[in-house]
Design a protein around this ligand. Structure first.
Ligand SMILES: Cc1cc2nc3c(=O)[nH]c(=O)nc-3n(C[C@H](O)[C@H](O)[C@H](O)COP(=O)(O)O)c2cc1C
Length: 206
């Protein structure tokens, strides 16, 4: 099959795009606003996107239905310039799901989910306790992406420099991050997810 995205004439019951680029890791993003209000939300438009220095991205779309404005994860990072990307895992999948609820800015998703915070070392937003990997990040820049109908719905890309990395010692085996202990979850499109439960190695070409 082929479809032209401007026409969206795929003829399928659901738009297949998000099922084509998979699996997408889930950056569970902690931010704070200028008054110190906490926010936590998952983003599957999330990835590492550079090295030296390490860099990550997440892409909030909006407006947020509950607020009529940008998502807190965009607004806060623009206001205070920092975030923590916590890596979501199988163990914390239910809390991750709940933290995506469309609640007003005044609602702290830590209180909503029962999750606890741990302080970060180099940035003000806290870490999600229990997540085995946390990336402490400083905002590099926000880029506005294309939007079909910007008056209704807009898309942004938040780029951050990773200034500190926490890795729980319990997921390190023989000096390497052990994916079988880490068990990150990732998005597959629709309401489907996967976990990293298998891997294979291939040598770099000469
Ligand atoms: C697994 C998962 C992945 C998500 N990925 C994104 C994403 O990449 N971009 C986005 O705008 N919303 C995404 N969402 C929805 C946001 O998490 C949700 O809108 C959240 O309420 C935003 O919160 P905020 O206003 O507190 O920033 C995702 C939700 C789930 C459950």
């Amino acid at each position: 099959m082929f479809y032209e995205t401007a026409r969206n004439d795929h003829g399928l019951p659901h738009d297949p795009f998000k099922s084509c680029v998979v699996p997408r890791p889930i950056g569970w993003i902690t931010t704070i606003d200028a008054a110190g209000g906490l926010n936590l939300a998952p983003f599957s438009y999330f990835n590492a996107c550079g090295d030296h220095p390490p860099q990550v991205m997440y892409a909030p779309s909006g407006p947020h239905a509950a607020e009529g404005g940008a998502k807190d994860s965009l607004h806060n990072v623009q206001e205070t310039g920092e975030f923590v990307a916590n890596l979501a895992t199988w163990e914390q999948r239910e809390a991750m799901r709940l933290s995506s609820s469309g609640v007003p800015s005044s609602v702290d998703e830590f209180a909503l989910t029962g999750l606890e915070t741990e302080p970060a070392r180099l940035v003000r937003p806290p870490r999600v306790k229990g997540a085995p990997i946390h990336l402490e990040c400083r905002l590099h820049k926000v880029i506005e992406l294309l939007a079909d109908d910007p008056g209704r719905f807009r898309n942004w890309l938040v780029l951050g420099e990773v200034v500190g990395v926490h890795i729980d010692d319990s997921i390190i085996t023989d000096g390497r991050v052990d994916q079988s202990k880490f068990r990150p979850i990732a998005r597959l499109g629709y309401a489907d997810y996967t976990t990293v439960d298998s891997h294979f190695a291939m040598p770099f070409p000469d």
